[in-house]
Design a protein around this ligand. Structure first.
Ligand code: M6R
Length: 366
């Protein structure tokens, strides 16, 4: 049942090239410039005329929501707020019929997300679901939605659910951008073609597995990790840190790289591994400066870099390469080495990777 893999988590990490494809199969026709999401079509005007989109979710699904905030605002120019479902529901939020709420949940059973949906519906908002489990409570409680088609995710640590959620959210953003006219025809076509390349890029990123295992062996006894990223890759830093915490029980924090100087830099010494997403993007120069600041304080750098990178390779102690893709799609590839890093560390520490202590696959308590 684990398909020859030692753990479900590893199997699910390796399934990503094929399940990402399953997620967009029949929905993304890159050559024809078509995105067609059954659940979305008739509600496109609702999204386009919305005052804002509010995304509610928990855990890894909330991180997918944060990635979506960048892509929706960047491409479709619709204001987005991303909320922890648990905070949203208890703080008397301002919400109207002109808001569109997107609820993201792998299991479709998360109690706080479900309660947030009920509240949003009471206030008259249109609620769109992005779930993996077909027929789940959240998929039934929402007005419409899109399934991720990732197949069953058994490992408690969410991996393929995350990348397929981002795939769906990216398709929605591109579709809205096209209809609204906030993206040029050529940029739209380029994004579709590049999205269609993501399974190949993810497969290439997985090829670094052995190297990542070696890096894991070096750092497995660290007691703290810092994860840094900027822009689209700030949520990826959060996700990398969550993955490490939940399965290896090593304390890890994700931060926007620029926030380091506002506090966390005080933590850095030779015992602190810092995972930096330093891909070739608009933020490259700034991230390189952040790396130099960490080096000056003797921090150890593990960098996620674009294939062929030379500058960060010189500075970093270890690098994990990912293929080049437009910045808006990078979370789909930069996440991969971070999943593998946490997996190998947890295995080396003899932790129960698929069923970490104190955690359940679906959190049905509030
Ligand atoms: O099923 P959901 O997507 O609603 O679950 C939300 C979180 O409980 C979940 O993502 C959790 O954070 C994962 N264990 C993280 O790997």
């Amino acid at each position: 049942e684990k398909g020859g893999y030692d753990h479900f988590m590893l199997k699910e990490i390796y399934e990503q090239p094929s399940v990402i494809k399953d997620t967009y199969r029949g929905r993304l026709l890159a050559d024809k410039g078509i995105i067609k999401l059954g659940g979305l079509e008739e509600y496109i005007p609702k999204f386009i005329n919305a005052d804002r989109i509010i995304i509610v979710a928990c855990g890894t699904s909330w991180h997918a929501g944060l990635v979506a905030e960048y892509i929706f605002e960047d491409l479709a120019r619709i204001p987005v707020e991303v909320e922890y479902a648990s905070e949203f529901r208890y703080r008397n939020p301002i919400i109207t019929e002109n808001d569109v709420v997107i609820a993201i949940s792998q299991s479709g059973e998360t109690a706080d997300t479900l309660a947030a949906i009920k509240l949003a519906k009471e206030k008259g908002a249109f609620v769109y679901g992005i779930c993996n489990v077909v027929g789940s409570t959240i998929s039934r409680e929402t007005h419409s939605g899109t399934y991720t088609h990732a197949g069953p995710e058994i490992g408690v640590a969410s991996t393929k659910a995350f990348t397929t959620q981002i795939t769906v959210l990216t398709m929605i953003a591109l579709k809205l951008a096209q209809v609204k006219g906030t993206i040029s025809k050529s940029d739209y076509m380029m994004h579709l073609r590049e999205l269609d390349m993501i399974p190949t890029h993810v497969a290439a990123a997985l090829k670094s597995n052995d190297k990542i295992e070696e890096i894991a062996a070096v750092f497995k006894n660290a007691t703290n990790f810092l994860y840094l990223g900027r822009g689209y890759n700030f949520p990826v830093a959060l996700e990398g840190a969550l993955k490490l915490k939940e399965i290896s029980y090593i304390h890890a924090e994700g931060y926007p790289a620029a926030e380091m100087k506002h506090g966390p830099i005080a933590l850095i010494d030779e015992h602190m591994p810092v995972v930096v997403i330093a891909i070739n993007s608009n933020h490259y120069g700034k991230v390189v400066s952040n790396i130099e600041e960490i080096k000056a304080r003797k921090g150890k750098i593990i960098a996620v870099v674009t294939e062929g990178d030379t500058v960060v390779r010189e500075l970093a102690d270890y690098v994990m390469e990912v293929p080049k893709t437009p910045e808006s799609l990078t979370p789909l590839v930069t996440t991969i080495p971070l999943q593998l890093l946490s997996y190998h560390i947890a295995v080396m520490l003899n932790k129960n990777v698929d069923q970490p202590r104190n955690l359940a696959k679906s959190v049905t308590v509030e």
